[in-house]
Design a protein around this ligand. Sequence first.
Ligand code: NDP
Ligand code: 8X3
Length: 252
Amino acid sequence: MNNVVFITGATSGFGRATARRFAEAGWSLVLTGRRQERLEALQQELSAKVPVHIATLDVRDAEAVKQVVAELPDGFREVKALINNAGLALAPEPAQKVDLSDWHTMIDTNVTGLVNVTHALLPRLIETGKGSSIISIGSVAGHWPYPGGHVYGATKAFVEQFSYNLRCDLLGTGVRVTDIAPGMAETEFTLVRTKGNQEASDKLYRGTTPLTAEDIAEQIFYVATLPDHININRLEVMPTRQAWSPFNIDRD
Ligand code: NDP
Ligand code: 8X3
């Protein structure tokens, strides 16, 4: 029987590249996201290689998450890897200028959505046991503060600490937990963050060499397929051409 990977946010960026990477290695895929037509296109692309089950899902909806997990068809129930990837940043402006609703959307998706899916799949992962993995996509923004990071960075700090705490409770079950924390990667992330400003997105990535979705998919696949006795706790990955800046100082 094939190994099964369950991916949230498989319609774009890291999630879609991860689906392709696991398909290449012969894993069965459970692909979720809100945009059904993109899920169908990916299913069509990959089902020649491996079994693919798609489910239109907003991770913020705890009942819908439970239902998708309860209704996994035969062949897709023994989940070996959960990739908690669905997420977004909004409102790159300073905290004092952003809408409260944007903060709520980030918390609801990156924190509540991630725990909804993790909670629903924990029994399955524990049943699979040895060698199974929960891989959650955090961010450098969860560790390093920067202007405009406000709630986005805080949600990713949650991902880091939640991952460590899960490890404590899952000790002895064989289930591994990893926070993969990427730096700048060119996906639809900035288009979403700027609410559709393609020019701003292009400008951010222009003249440098950001990570690609495939780079992160490769890291995810590496972590998920390490020997059973190895757990990478946190993996921070930046483009070579990205680094930290000095502190800012307010002067008279
Ligand atoms: P994309 O915008 O390309 O992809 C985001 C994915 O998340 C989409 O598939 C989207 O699917 C899904 N998603 C968003 N909201 C929901 C929701 N409520 N329910 C279900 N799915 C949802 O961005 P990335 O691939 O870059 O982002 C993936 C993850 O990586 C995010 O958690 C992001 O925070 C993180 N990250 C990104 C970095 C970057 O520089 N790109 C760096 C560090 C971390 P749909 O809209 O169809 O629901
Ligand atoms: C996204 C990466 O550098 O925009 O999490 O915070 S960054």
